[in-house]
Design a protein around this ligand. Structure first.
Ligand code: F6P
Length: 509
């Protein structure tokens, strides 16, 4: 049998397995909570991954382990970590783990050298080399913005070394809000773009230069730091080479927070904290590289993700029961949907099964009062991840954190247990799956680990699906059409033509 035939046969066996309820699974195995909970030690604590409230059972795990083997998980993992060209459609490696110290010797050396250059610039700026710097406007989009925004929002609440504003949207309202919050005389601008061609970023960067110039800053380009895998383009655009922080082409945009794209994080937190962030990710890298089968927590999570995909679930939700992690769902949306939202396999053939679900989510407890009605009583099956930290981030009455955690754990319990009632409107069917990730505390190390866990979970899903998670051709067509509108001469469909005409954008008006 070919690899695809073996995998199809295993998928068929998985689909045919009995579907015991969660309560039955717990009743049948007194050790279930312990068996399906794993821990990874970090330098400053631990992370607990409880997958016991998912429908994974021993039969699933055995078949998923065979599926992972059939899909070449160990070989694809080794190829990823060795810096082989695993991104086959673009003929590139995917070397984000090298930024954390795991990869080919050449990639790890290069990452160390580039980090040293970045640390040097961060230290020099903190030391006053560019005069007084109070604010940083970080301009980037997608993978060049979501990571810095998440890390700074999570970690820089108790007094940042620099006031960072992340601006991504081409809508000028976003940039104007940053201008309003910054003093141009003490502001630096970071232009973050892997390609240094993205229209939103380059347009926003030019407007930021105009703002500095119009505010009386004599040398606006002298206030710019470029974070890019295209350093020549940044220099050509006008940034002095000493303020260009390159990163390797083999680091993908949505995997780039660990590289110089993390510059604003290091500016806000200091280099030491940024290094802890990298080390936290490295703890998960080591686990991912070494653990086999379902003992590999990233692969185990992917087993559950695939199980729910097979059961027809089209979305997965992530609720952070921690205000500091409120941007995690939007970060994960790009990571998971841009990586695995594909319809062909690595060979370009149509997938015979669903790929990534829609990732969505929010912050607890807010989401409980807005969307949880559907989770408890809606008609769709929908796996949920809860993420919480034992240590509070606030200094208020401990009641705040106690109520937060109690609610987090109560939701998982309620989704699973349900409560029968004769009155249908008051009946909770239960048997609704969830997983819980519990951090000791939200720290640079635990955030790094949390993000790295999701990167590897995404990769593990891609292997089980048989797809390449490292390209994103799906984003190109819309960009090309937008350019075509500007250039004119192309006839669009009647609806689009009417919208263009109504907005005064049509070449024909
Ligand atoms: O359009 C999608 C995308 O290419 C993302 O993958 C990427 O993170 C984002 O745009 C920004 O790209 P760049 O860093 O090259 O500006």
């Amino acid at each position: 049998m070919s690899m695809n035939e073996t995998a199809a046969a295993l998928r068929a066996q998985l689909a045919a397995l009995p579907r015991p309820a969660l309560a039955e699974l717990f009743a049948a195995d007194p050790d279930r909570a312990a068996t399906l909970t794993g821990t990874v030690a970090l330098a400053d604590g631990a992370m607990r991954f409880d997958w016991s409230k998912t429908h994974l059972d021993a039969a699933h795990v055995a078949l998923f382990e065979q599926l992972a083997e059939a899909m070449g998980f160990a070989t694809r993992r080794a190829a990823l970590l060795a810096g082989e060209r695993v991104n086959t459609t673009e003929n590139r490696a995917a070397e984000h783990t090298a930024q954390r110290g795991l990869g080919s010797a050449a990639a790890v050396d290069e990452a160390r050298a580039l980090h040293a250059r970045m640390a040097g610039l961060v230290g020099a700026i903190h030391g006053g080399a560019l005069g007084e710097v109070k604010h940083l406007i970080h301009i980037g989009i997608g993978g060049s913005a979501l990571g810095p925004a998440l890390a700074i929002d999570a970690l820089a609440r108790d007094g940042a070394l620099c006031d960072v504003h992340v601006v991504s949207n081409i809508d000028g309202c976003a940039l104007e809000a940053a201008f309003a919050a910054c003093d141009p005389a003490t502001t630096l601008v970071a232009v973050a773009s892997k390609t240094f061609t993205t229209i939103e970023t380059m347009t926003n960067a030019l407007s930021a230069l105009d703002w500095l110039r119009e505010s009386g800053v004599a040398d606006p380009y002298g206030r710019v730091v470029a974070l890019t895998a295209a350093p020549d383009k940044a220099v050509e655009w006008g940034v002095d080479e000493t303020r260009v922080l390159p990163f390797p082409e083999s680091v993908g945009g949505r995997y780039s927070l660990w590289s110089s794209i993390g510059f604003p994080v290091a500016m806000a937190l200091g280099w030491e904290a940024f290094a802890e962030f990298l080390d936290g990710a490295a703890s998960i890298d080591a686990h991912f590289a070494e653990a086999d089968g379902a003992a590999n927590l990233c692969l185990r999570a992917a087993f559950a993700d695939q199980l729910y995909a097979m059961r027809g679930c089209q979305t997965r939700a992530c609720f952070a029961y921690d205000e500091r992690l409120r941007l995690l769902p939007s970060y994960l949306q790009q990571l998971e949907m841009e990586s695995n939202g594909k319809r062909v396999d690595v060979a370009g053939a149509a997938l015979g099964h669903p790929s990534a679900p829609i990732t969505w989510g929010g912050v607890g407890t807010d989401a409980q009062h807005a969307v949880f009605q559907l989770l408890h009583q809606g008609t769709v099956e929908l796996p949920v991840d809860f993420i919480a930290a034992i240590e509070p981030g606030d200094a208020l009455d401990p009641a705040h954190h106690r109520i937060l955690l109690m609610n987090c754990f109560a939701q998982g319990a309620a989704l699973m247990a349900g409560r029968a009632a004769a009155d249908g409107a008051r009946d909770y069917p239960g048997n609704r799956p969830s997983a819980t990730i519990l951090l000791d505390a939200v720290t640079p190390a635990s955030l790094g680990a949390l993000i790295a866990f999701h990167e590897h979970r995404t990769f593990a899903n891609a292997v089980l699906l048989g797809i390449n998670p490292f390209d994103q051709f799906g984003v190109e067509l819309g960009k090309e059409m937008a350019k075509a509108i500007e250039q004119g001469g192309i006839a669009f469909d009647p609806s689009t033509e009417a919208l263009l005409a109504a907005s005064g954008l049509s070449q024909k008006t």
